[in-house]
Design a protein around this ligand. Structure first.
Ligand code: NAD
Ligand code: USQ
Length: 398
């Protein structure tokens, strides 16, 4: 079986993906600069679950599975020559690219974080594409994009998988049919970098006939996969802090320690969700179903279901008895939106994703409650305000 490089393979999605692929016989090399662990230290916000060092993770995996994963500490955005040498040596069948700064609130904290997010994410993506093109490799790039590139001002129109058919009216009234990238409408500097990534992919697919899959993923929830459960040293990370904690993980953690659930605004925001177990399956499906040479970028929507934030809060509150707090929204986003999304392409490849109803209880008991003694109350508040017009504070508790 061929080599697979997983950039960002020490992260929340990257680690379980690396194990999933390794277990299925792929020779996995993790490339990571461990920037995420450094940001944890800077923010004083560690994973709720006790993650071990990357070296210990890899040793544990070898002991448990008999399979070897190689690790290269490398900054894809900064160390271009080392990236080129590694790719020249491995000639990977695919590179899975998770290696970006991925928190919207972190990207809106201040000028330093905005600039870091743009520099890191755009350079990382472009360096990867330029390296593969320069080496003339036949490597398939599988990138983790986000549902957020589409924006959240939906009115019920089903969001297609990346491309939109449009009619353009010329000066003389003649109508032309076009298919364009679905117009992007990012809601944070982070989401903006994912929108910019799309253009980089479009160019390299066209110019260099590179095979590229861009996965527009919804919010990932859950912690463990069958592989990360095999040994406690393999445990995946679980973030609940105001920057990196995603909404459901935050609510589960808050419920476990009796903190009122922090619903932003009215909670009318509808978002797409997928469990980490399905994320890893989707990556394998994407690797095994590459585009043909000369194809445009294949865009797949990677999500299982859509939910409104206040309904999510109600679900968790009903299960645990915790209060719900409606807080001033620190973000600049639509107060209410509909969201209908096509996920036909993964369903056609056989994905039958799990839903919140299937996994919430396990997540509450086996993660949020089990590790609640590691909870640091100071890290819970969402400190990043999107604009000077946003105000912190609780509006009401129910
Ligand atoms: P994460 O922060 O846990 O992992 C990202 C990893 O990439 C970290 O280990 C980090 O050290 C590494 N990294 C960052 N910049 C790098 C660089 N320049 N060179 C080498 N390594 C670098 O994030 P995650 O939650 O695993 O997300 C992974 C990808 O999936 C991101 O691109 C994110 O945008 C996308 N995504 C995540 C979610 C989610 O809910 N977590 C949802 C949709 C899309
Ligand atoms: N929210 C609350 N209360 C909280 C936290 C969040 O009401 O305590 C709300 C937010 O205002 C937002 C929604 O929940 O309306 C989702 O927020 P989130 O932090 O869970 O997700 P988001 O910032 O969109 O980012 C996450 C990942 C990112 C990924 C994205 C997928 O961090 O990497 O790209 O989900 S998506 O949202 O589909 O674009």
């Amino acid at each position: 079986m061929n080599n697979i490089v997983v950039i960002g393979g020490d992260g929340f999605c990257g680690w379980p993906t690396s194990l999933h692929l390794s277990r299925r016989g792929y020779d996995v090399t993790i490339v990571d600069n461990l920037s995420r662990r450094r940001i944890d230290d800077d923010l004083g916000a560690q994973s709720l679950t006790p993650i071990t060092t990357i070296e210990d993770r890899i040793t544990a995996w070898e002991e448990v599975s008999g399979r070897t994963i190689r690790f290269e500490m490398l900054d894809v955005a900064q160390e271009f020559d080392r990236l080129v040498s590694l790719l020249a040596e491995l000639k990977p069948e695919a590179v899975v690219h998770f290696g970006e700064q991925r928190a919207a609130p972190y990207s809106m904290r201040g000028l330093t974080e905005k600039r870091y997010t743009v520099d890191n994410n755009i350079n990382a993506t472009h360096n990867l594409l330029a390296a593969i093109a320069g080496l003339d490799l036949d490597t398939h790039v599988v990138h983790l994009g986000t549902m957020g590139v589409y924006g959240y001002d939906g009115d019920g129109l089903e969001i297609p998988e990346g491309y939109q058919k449009v009619k353009v009216t010329g000066d003389d009234g003649t109508e032309f049919d076009r298919e364009i990238l679905y117009p992007t409408n990012p809601g944070s500097v982070y989401h903006m970098t994912k929108s910019m990534d799309q253009l980089l992919f479009q160019f390299y697919a066209k110019n260099d006939r590179m095979r590229i899959t861009d996965l527009h993923q919804g919010i990932v929830w859950g912690t463990q996969t069958p592989e990360t459960k095999l040994d406690e040293r393999l445990i995946n990370r679980f973030d609940y802090d105001g920057d990196y904690g995603t909404v459901l993980n935050r609510f589960l953690m808050q419920a476990a320690v009796g903190h009122p659930l922090t619903v932003h605004g009215t909670g009318g925001q509808t978002r797409a969700f997928i469990h980490i177990r399905d994320t890893v399956k989707c990556i394998q499906l994407a690797i095994e179903n590459p585009p043909a040479h000369g194809d445009r970028v294949v865009i797949r929507n990677q999500m299982a279901e859509t939910l409104r934030v206040r309904d999510l809060a109600e679900l968790v509150a009903n299960m645990t008895g915790v209060q719900v707090a409606y807080v001033n929204n620190p973000r600049n986003e639509a107060a209410e939106n509909d969201l209908r999304v096509s996920n036909k392409s993964f369903r056609d490849l056989g994905l039958n994703p799990m839903t919140l109803q299937d996994g919430l209880l396990e997540e509450t008991v086996e993660i949020a409650e089990k590790y609640s003694d590691r909870y640091v109350p100071q890290t819970v508040s969402a400190g990043s305000l999107w604009t000077k017009f946003q105000k912190p504070g609780v509006v009401s508790e129910v």
